[in-house]
Design a binder for this molecule. Sequence first.
Ligand code: ATP
Ligand code: MG
Length: 443
Amino acid sequence: MARIETPRPIRGTQDIFGDEQRRFARVLEAFDHVRRLYAFQRVDLPVFEDTQVFARSIGETTDVVSKEMYTFEDRGGDSLTLRPEFTAGVCRAYLTQGWQQYAPLKLVTSGPLFRYERPQKGRYRQFHQIDAEVIGAAEPAADVELLAFADQLLHELGIAEGVTLQLNTLGDAETRDAWRAALVAHFEQHRGELSEDSLVRLDKNPMRILDSKDPRDRAIADAAPDIDAYLTSEAGTFFEKVTKGLDAAGVAWTRNGRLVRGLDYYRHTAFEFVTDRLGAQGTVLAGGRYDGLIESLGGPATPGVGWAAGVERLAMLLAEPKAERIDAVIVPMGEAAEAQAVTLLADLRRFGLAVDMAYKGNMKRRLAKANAMDAAFAVILGDDEIAKGVASVKDLIDGTQQEVELDAVGDQIRGGLARHGRGAMEGWTLFAPADFFADTPSQ
Ligand code: ATP
Ligand code: MG
């Protein structure tokens, strides 16, 4: 028989399992928790859009649009792109769904994004972000609220230590034009020393030279003029309100005058939360104000501000997460017991307990499974128990064992969990009422 080759996974994709999966889940749980505290609504959007959604808003000369997008023609001949970021799609939805009526709108989303990049630690072709946006709010208070949200999330995750909020302003249109001219004049003097990439940027988007990682550009970029001398009084006042608001809200920040963002649409506030714990991939959360983006998508002038954070990078910073535990394992010995165990298992789960069944091997092996799953109880069903209509409930924490009527097993375990101060499903609302078990006719 011909050997069948198993297809390989795609380069830069991940199969997220076990410890990594728990880290991921922890990030998403904390994000959902904090977004509720800040009264942000969740939206879920398509993973692909008309290519124009990204090309027009992000900017044709950016790395993302010029070389990282997964763009393809579908069977109908339309050019589609797998989303490389969230903001453009959120703004597209805001316009096409008529969400203007809800402005200012505070939204979050999360999920997979796609960029054709060289895969390495903390950098994938399918990666994941959490994302928060405020659309339709021109006030600096919106920037402050988003930054406080981000800051609280990092604290909630226990990774705020060693992470710094770096803040800058990119000014308004007038500021940008004046600063841009000054930057061009400065970089023109060093034309011969700049990297090839930066020579292209010099013509198309000189601000991005400031962000260059190429060692040939660094000294020249560091000597470039600051934006501060070119800030209009409106832009200066705006930035001051943001920094005052952060101080008032107790959010620590530092100024980084070199910080520009990789996408073209940013205005005024730009920021990154940066750590030195992840080597070259040190930005864990980044964003800014994007007044102008919605106009580039054909909408009316609409202010917006937002951030996104890489879930993989946040997950890597987390301390070892606790393994998921269960409340009980049922151990049936013999055929009659196995039949009885099916009913008991279903009843206990409907009662809101996390329970698994240990089918395989001798008693010792089955109890080992209960321990491996960090169960608090083993419910043993053998021929003796079946004859008496009971189960032996073994408390795996204090070692005691008791025979309990079948329809009292749920309450017995509940009581034990309360005594030990643990329950696998704590914090969950029960679908079934607490007295469900007592009302269920046992066969
Ligand atoms: P970088 O400079 O690292 O390429 P970026 O400026 O392209 O980052 P953004 O577009 O601002 O990144 O995305 C926000 C966050 O998303 C990043 O700070 C990072 O945590 C994460 N991120 C971006 N690209 C990737 C990727 N290819 N793999 C994993 N995470 C990523
Ligand atoms: Mg990038």
